[in-house]
Ligand binder design. Structure first.
Ligand SMILES: NC(=O)c1ccc[n+]([C@@H]2O[C@H](COP(=O)([O-])OP(=O)(O)OC[C@H]3O[C@@H](n4cnc5c(N)ncnc54)[C@H](OP(=O)(O)O)[C@@H]3O)[C@@H](O)[C@H]2O)c1
Length: 241
């Protein structure tokens, strides 16, 4: 069996996910680009000699098929980065104007998608020694920061659905970290910071932080020798829950 670490990044065909995939490949990992769009995911994988696997985190069959492909190729997964995420857009999220369909859609991807993918890949993560799961959360999920009147988020146009989905993702992170400690699997959440990806552009935001900068903390947690577990981190340290 190969000694090279095997990493799977969801939503890795563009934005922060593509930058995480490239960052892990630069650090010597064999990286699988999990994504809905074959053309862009193969283009990203081609940049570093990785593989692309079709993966829609909201679709049971797609996730099951991806597990089967990765099992056949490598037999294990050392690093799973749950990066795929959506904002839900700038309308239908403000308290008083909530469109429940928007909330459901955001939770389907940002929360249920992570549960689906994590559960499906757990057997392959357990085949690795010292596996890692990195959940890409958001500073907007911090209850402490959302309650701090002195702090304004660049993405404040997205309100009820998005921050709540990521706060729930943080809870998942803690729960899985506790449950998987016995398997030696570290589970952490990261806040990439406000980055000028398509995500931001679609919300009408112009942000200077790059996808590569946003990817840094996820790459760090996926590769640092002694990983914490059950933590929520950004570049300069812990994010308050
Ligand atoms: N940008 C920021 O400022 C910021 C800040 C904090 C946290 N984040 C988080 O960082 C992560 C990446 O965001 P980004 O800025 O890179 O956004 P992005 O440029 O919009 O990219 C989102 C990625 O998620 C994928 N995706 C969405 N739904 C999916 C599904 N059902 N199955 C598989 N993939 C799916 C997209 O694939 P398609 O190409 O198929 O749509 C795309 O690859 C998200 O979890 C986001 O919440 C972003």
């Amino acid at each position: 069996m190969s000694t090279t670490k095997i990493a799977l990044v969801t939503g890795a065909n563009r934005g922060i996910g593509a930058a995480i995939a490239e960052g892990l490949a630069e650090r010597g990992m064999t990286v699988i680009v999990g994504a809905r769009d074959a053309r862009s995911s193969e283009r990203v994988a081609g940049r570093f000699g990785g593989r692309a696997v079709p993966l829609d985190v909201t679709d049971d069959t797609s996730v099951r098929d991806a597990v089967a492909s990765v099992r056949q190729w490598y037999g294990r997964v050392d690093v799973l980065v749950n990066n795929a995420g959506i904002s839900g857009g700038a309308t239908g999220q403000a308290p008083g104007e909530v469109d429940l369909a928007v909330v459901r859609g955001v939770f389907e991807t940002n929360l249920f998608g992570v549960v689906r993918v994590t559960e499906a890949f757990l057997p392959l993560l357990r085949e690795a020694v010292g596996a890692r799961i990195v959940n890409v959360s958001s500073g907007t999920s911090s209850l402490a920061w959302q309650s701090d009147p002195g702090r304004s988020f660049a993405s404040s146009r997205i309100s009820v659905a998005y921050p709540a989905s990521k706060a729930a993702l943080n809870m998942l992170t803690v729960l899985y970290a506790k449950a998987l400690a016995a398997d030696g699997i570290a589970v952490n959440a990261v806040a990439p910071g406000a980055c000028g990806t398509d995500f931001a552009t679609a919300l009408g935001l112009s942000l200077e932080r790059t996808a590569e900068q946003g990817a840094g903390i996820a790459v760090h947690l996926a590769t640092v020798p002694d990983s914490p577990t059950g933590a929520f981190l950004q570049d300069d340290g812990p994010v308050p829950w």
